[in-house]
Design a protein around this ligand. Structure first.
Ligand code: GLC
Ligand code: CA
Length: 563
């Protein structure tokens, strides 16, 4: 355990932890049906422990018709048959704990599956006691109750023949939104949450949690010319009053346990973050902020603008300083692989993977690694529409088709933006099935598994995996890299992302050339020649002159300046 944190910051186990996200369908298949499962995860725990992981977050593993791969839950207290049984889960949890690690689950309570018994009852008649557990409305002039667009495209409303009303679904039509204004719904959710916490899990990642409150009245949004539906963000994301829901949930559940919570809180700004993660309120511990993700989610063609990246991270680093804590990440199951966006998978695969790792991992916050990121997995290749699995990609296809875009262009766009890029199976080795399965995998393997895989990097300290292992060790050994204050350096440098971490007179410096060109800098503000090089992704000569720096393409270095 590192030394003392600064007095202004409270110390917590989850601040010192390194977290790892597992997409269970794609992590490890233990029984040869091509689908990852819980016993597969258990079989790979030694790998995670060896890497230095403290907390494992598993994406939904509950029963689900899999319209959105588990994010449409039909039973909150069960295990998807394809993934195993509750006994398998209990064993997984015990094995995680036996290794001194923790396990957090995905809590998906903005919506359920339309096949959840609650919804089946709710839709059965207008007078059903669970009718008001979901959001039902009459149509307007023979059309939807309003013109909100679903986050997965198309209308956010679905007509139900039986009772001749529409229900709201912000995501797919098989994900009806729960009605959080109904206290019975909230109580049922809290009871379920406590049931898992009593089982001994160590916390939750809260899915789509900034959407649980909708603006009263559900009024229309201004839609664009010629478009039937419009994005309704300010009416269904981080809406006034949401904090009351959050507050109640935390009081009724998490705050009664020593657990960790991280919210997927799209739309929450650093200025609003105090309400969500201000430690004095005892609400969530951290939230995932998406400012930096937004920089590549939509416009693939736009080149890398380092100043925007600095701002996106920086506004959170400095924005929550002193009252809250960040969740650090560059990948998850919803975004393409980071090397394929910020790096150069073709010419500087190793260098860019490790440069990006250095860039985000040593900021202030709890770092999350998404499965496969630690071996430098990249976006995959898609030949045709049939290669896509994701409901969001399929809906987007329909929409682009309606707009008259041709198939080749649609596939090109989806290839770069689709969430399926992050969901190809984990690449364990170069054998058939990539060590993930002995059968055909549910989603095609990325063809580069023969070169990019765990087995080839496992004991090689000069591999991407070896670099992550060193990063983890370094962060754990140095309180300044956990608790230290973040300060941006070389602010307007267009190639180099440089920042300091400062704690009790200690000064650490992270230098990353996030470009494929060399970066020569003179008259630096820090005495590099007095520093100790703690980590680098290129061989580095002892420092030649006082204030010069020659960084090669995607070179990253970490210095301790005042040993
Ligand atoms: C979150 C999840 C995403 C899912 C959506 C609906 O954004 O990360 O995968 O599709 O919520 O549950
Ligand atoms: Ca399986």
């Amino acid at each position: 355990m590192p030394g003392q944190p600064p007095t202004s910051v409270t110390r917590h186990w989850w601040k010192e932890a390194v977290a790892y996200q597992i997409y269970p369908r794609s992590f490890m298949d233990s029984n040869g049906d091509g689908i990852g499962d819980l016993n597969g995860i258990t079989a790979r725990l030694d790998y995670l422990q060896d890497l230095g992981i403290d907390v494992i977050w598993i994406c939904p593993m509950y029963p689900s018709p899999n319209d959105d791969n588990g994010y449409d839950i039909s039973d909150y207290q069960g295990i998807m048959a394809e993934f195993g049984t509750m006994a398998d889960f209990d064993r997984l949890l015990a094995e995680v704990h036996a290794r001194g690690m923790k396990l957090i689950l995905d809590l998906v309570v903005n919506h359920s599956s339309d096949e959840h018994p609650w919804f089946i009852e709710s839709r059965s008649s207008r007078g059903n006691p669970k009718r008001d557990w979901y959001i039902w409305r009459d149509g307007k002039n023979g059309a939807e109750p309003n013109n909100w667009e679903s986050i997965f495209k198309g209308s956010a409303w679905e007509y139900d023949q039986t009772t001749e009303q529409y229900y709201l679904h912000l995501f797919s039509r098989k994900q009806p939104d729960l009605n959080w204004e109904n206290p019975e719904v909230r109580d049922a959710i809290y009871e379920m949450v406590r049931w898992w916490l009593d089982k001994g899990i160590d916390g939750f990642r809260l899915d789509a949690i900034s959407h649980i409150k909708k603006e009263a009245g559900l009024s229309d949004v201004p839609a664009l010319e010629g478009q039937a539906y419009g994005a309704a963000w300010d009416k269904m994301m981080n809406v006034d009053g949401i904090i009351e829901h959050l507050d109640e949930m935390c009081r009724e559940t998490f705050n009664r346990y020593d657990v960790m919570t991280v919210g997927e809180a799209n739309g929450v700004s650093p200025a609003q973050a105090e309400d969500w993660i201000g430690e004095r309120h005892q609400r969530l511990d951290m939230i995932f902020a998406f400012d930096h993700v937004g920089l590549w989610a939509e416009d693939e063609a736009a080149g890398l603008d380092l100043s925007q990246i600095k701002q996106a991270f920086g506004r959170w680093q400095t924005g929550v300083e002193g009252f809250g804590w960040n969740a650090l990440f560059v990948e998850n199951h919803d975004v393409p692989r980071i090397i394929s966006k910020w790096g150069d998978a073709e010419h500087y695969w190793y260098q860019s993977a490790t440069a990006i790792a250095s860039l985000y991992f040593l900021m202030q916050g709890t770092p999350f690694i998404y499965q496969g990121q630690e071996i430098g997995m990249t976006n995959t290749t898609f030949g045709s529409l049939d290669d896509f699995n994701d409901v969001a990609a399929k809906n987007q296809y329909v929409q682009m088709k309606q707009q008259g875009v041709d198939d080749a262009e649609i596939i090109r766009t989806l290839s770069q933006t689709s969430r399926d890029n992050a969901r190809t199976p984990m690449q364990w080795d170069a054998g058939p099935g990539a060590g993930f399965t002995t059968d055909r995998s549910w989603l095609a393997l990325n063809p580069n598994f023969e070169t990019i895989n765990v087995a080839s990097q496992w004991r090689d300290s000069d591999s991407v995996l070896g670099f992550y292992r060193q990063l983890i060790r370094l962060r754990k050994a140095e309180p300044a890299l956990i608790y230290g204050r973040y300060r941006l350096e070389l602010e307007s440098d267009p190639q180099v992302y440089a920042y300091s971490r400062l704690l009790d007179g200690q000064h650490w410096l992270v230098l990353v050339n996030l470009s494929d060109r060399p970066a020569q800098r003179r008259q630096l503000p820090w005495p590099l020649h007095h520093g100790r090089l703690a980590l680098a992704n290129y061989p580095v000569e002892p420092h030649p002159a006082e204030d010069t720096l020659d960084l090669r393409p995607f070179e990253a270095r970490v210095y301790r300046l005042n040993d």
